[in-house]
Write a protein that binds this ligand. Sequence first.
Ligand SMILES: NC(=O)c1ccc[n+]([C@@H]2O[C@H](COP(=O)([O-])OP(=O)(O)OC[C@H]3O[C@@H](n4cnc5c(N)ncnc54)[C@H](O)[C@@H]3O)[C@@H](O)[C@H]2O)c1
Ligand SMILES: N[C@H](CO)Cc1c[nH]c[nH+]1
Ligand SMILES: [Zn+2]
Length: 429
Amino acid sequence: MMKTMDLKGPEKDRLLKELKERGTVDFKDYQDAVQTILDKVSVTGDQALLEYTKQFDGIDLSAKGLKVTEEEVDEAYSLVSEEFLRAIRLAIDNITDYHEKQRQNSWFTSSEGTMLGQKITPIASVGIYVPGGTAAYPSSVLMNAIPAKVAGVERIVMVTPPNKEGKLAAGVLVAAKELGIEEIYKVGGAQAIGALAYGTNTIAKVNKIVGPGNIYVATAKREVYGYVDIDMIAGPSEILVIADASANPKYVAADLLSQAEHDELSSAIFITTSEDLGKAVAVEVAKQTAKLERKSIVEKSLINYGKIILVKDLEEAIDLSNEIAPEHLELCVEKPFELLDQVKNAGAIFLGHYAPEPLGDYLAGPNHVLPTSGTAKFYSPLSVEDFIKKSSVIYYNQKALEKVKNEVMTLAETEGLTAHKNSIKVRFE
Ligand SMILES: NC(=O)c1ccc[n+]([C@@H]2O[C@H](COP(=O)([O-])OP(=O)(O)OC[C@H]3O[C@@H](n4cnc5c(N)ncnc54)[C@H](O)[C@@H]3O)[C@@H](O)[C@H]2O)c1
Ligand SMILES: N[C@H](CO)Cc1c[nH]c[nH+]1
Ligand SMILES: [Zn+2]
């Protein structure tokens, strides 16, 4: 099911090229379809949202409306278990603790008649996308909303697609209520991104859109960037595991499958120095896949983007991983800390045999909204920083300005900007 590539073999260059080109999903194939959806939302607003919800999610919400009611949230609490509530509250505590450490404060510095600083202001309104097409993601509610709350965002608007009954999963609504999110709309896909970016009768436009989603959501975020800010491209999930002979094939296979089950376009790549381990993992992958509920998604994703790669040493493994820049990188090796410094491009790095990727998905604390499709070369995980903006602050008194007036006027003159020069000059005539 997973294609094996032997980078120690004579065809190394061709294999490397293939891997770099086809390591992860490409956006180009989806751009036209997404643009059509966005255009329609920008012109007809709610009408387009209702039509696409009927077409893609199979439900007509024109009578009930898109906004979630208080009764729906109350009903959700009656549907979730005590275990779920305990787990989600532990996750909220851990994720909040981690993100509190990212909080940024304004700072000011002064000397002889001057004061300079950087003022931090939360972004006023933010749209959070919570995926919900093939699975419901209460954990993504937490990962999106907690850093926004820590940053002090006033208006948090949540969008997520409804199920066939026109409802949202109880876990998603409870997670939202636990965090005090009140504005929730039952709309997903590119149309939800369009609504947040342009605004409709029901959904007022936001300043920034964050959150993960499938390829339609990720492509739509790319397209609306400029109308609004976005966090990053967080598309179909990816995992890359690097392992040496110390790894357990059962664990490695399980971790690869954990991300393959997200989406047919998800990628699961295994790089190893041990041929025996490579073979054992291939056997385990087949064995474990057969027992999975989302077997058909997993099989498609492994055929699309599943690979086992044999390399000569761990250095070569890390080089390749840096080139692919995976969303999640697991270092299932005897001495993972010794490799950490060499890792340059990865959304999240999991060290050792007991830090499986799903631990990070749910409650270790770091954010699970991470860059995909090679964009970990320049994007970072979602964080409190995504929800603030900075303003520079400048104060000079008369004496301090007089001290530098000539230098400012010289620079203005050099640029041929006499109005700039005059703004200084008039103050000392
Ligand atoms: N990178 C991250 O941080 C991260 C985190 C969590 C989840 N994810 C990813 O989120 C995604 C969740 O995907 P999902 O599909 O379950 O939910 P989703 O909410 O992202 O997408 C569902 C929506 O996609 C739209 N859609 C589906 N088929 C379409 C088509 N043919 N044309 C136009 N629009 C279409 C529909 O509007 C539907 O409501 C997965 O890819 C998962 O890997 C990523
Ligand atoms: N692995 C996903 C990020 O790619 C996040 C997630 C949520 N639930 C389960 N997994
Ligand atoms: Zn996951």
